[in-house]
Design a protein around this ligand. Structure first.
Ligand code: PSU
Ligand code: MN
Length: 300
């Protein structure tokens, strides 16, 4: 197989220890400003370990796909400046480039490595104004084609969340609320949009994943895990910051792959950095739940 894994991840996959994939864009400068990107990296890795699972950070290093980097790669991966989505992987491989992976690239690599659970912050989705810009994240299509459970705090609130849910339905990606009836909005526990499916435990998520295999579903599913209550930013406050950030991103012409990093940075500025601890807390909480799901998948 054309996938490299750390010695630890290779051993875990071989002996049936749970493994959780992690993306690397959120822990690059495009996801969080330094030093919070390193703090996020350390906290999500520790949260997965605390559940007894092994973290597998995905990245592309000198053209090779890694599912579980070695510790000597960490500094380079945290500093990498190229954001790679699924379609960028073949180009980065042939040109022997180094870059960080988005959700779409991570589910691709995790699927190839046989890792069935992945924790992120928030998935990409349908951008506001997509009816004119056509900006729909490749994360959505990738989740429908790779058999990986994605644990996220919903989708980022600057997206068009109703349209994001519609596209997930069109693509047949199950969306499961973890201890919630509503789709979370990243910094806030709820978007006000109802979900059809709710579970209370990691074991129920594992059972749904197994049933998906029984019905022949070859794609993944989205687990929507609301941000911890104590870290939540009230929806009205974040709404103002989002409005400011979207105007700023438009003024500097941040479109395509540059849009999400620019909007995230502008929201951090507009909230006096309050968005950052919220982002760290939700990523950590998603990592913990993903570790529990990976354990439940192997146990029962
Ligand atoms: N969530 C975060 N920070 C991020 C991202 C998500 O809290 O940096 C990244 C993820 O890697 C996601 C990507 O896959 O943004 C989506 O980018 P785009 O909208 O260009 O598809
Ligand atoms: Mn896009």
């Amino acid at each position: 197989m054309n996938i490299r894994t750390s010695t630890e991840v290779a051993a875990a996959l071989a002996d049936g220890t749970p493994v959780v994939a992690l993306e690397s864009t959120i822990t690059s400068k495009m996801g969080l400003p330094s030093p919070y990107n390193r703090e996020c990296f350390d906290r999500v890795n520790a949260a997965i370990r605390a559940t007894g699972a092994v973290p597998a950070v995905t990245a592309v290093i000198n053209g090779e796909l890694w599912a579980g980097i070695e510790s000597h790669h960490e500094t380079m991966v945290l500093a990498a400046e190229e954001k790679l989505a699924e379609r960028d992987l073949p180009v980065a491989m042939s040109a022997k480039r180094t870059g960080v992976t988005t959700v779409s690239a991570t589910v691709t690599i995790a699927g190839l490595a046989g890792i069935g659970v992945f924790a992120t912050g928030g998935i990409g989705g349908v951008h506001r104004g997509a009816e004119l810009s056509f900006d729909v994240s490749s994360d959505l299509g990738a989740m429908s084609r790779h058999p990986v459970i994605v644990v996220s705090a919903g989708a980022k609130a600057f997206l068009d969340l109703p349209k994001t849910l519609e596209v997930l339905e069109t693509l047949s990606v199950p969306v499961i609320g973890y201890q919630t009836d509503q789709f979370p909005a990243f910094w806030s526990r709820s978007s006000g949009l109802g979900l059809s499916h709710r579970v209370e435990s990691a074991a129920e998520i594992a059972a749904i994943a197994r049933a998906n295999t029984t019905v022949g579903w070859r794609g993944g599913m989205l687990v929507a895990n609301p941000i911890p209550r104590e870290a939540e930013i009230p929806a009205a406050e974040i709404a103002d910051a989002i409005a400011t950030a979207l105007v700023e991103a438009e003024q500097v012409g941040a479109i395509g792959p540059k849009a999400t990093p620019k909007i995230l940075a502008a929201i951090a500025a507009a909230t006096n950095s309050r968005s950052i601890p919220a982002n760290l807390a939700l990523a950590e909480s998603n990592a913990r739940l993903a570790g529990e799901i990976a354990g439940a998948l192997l146990r029962d």
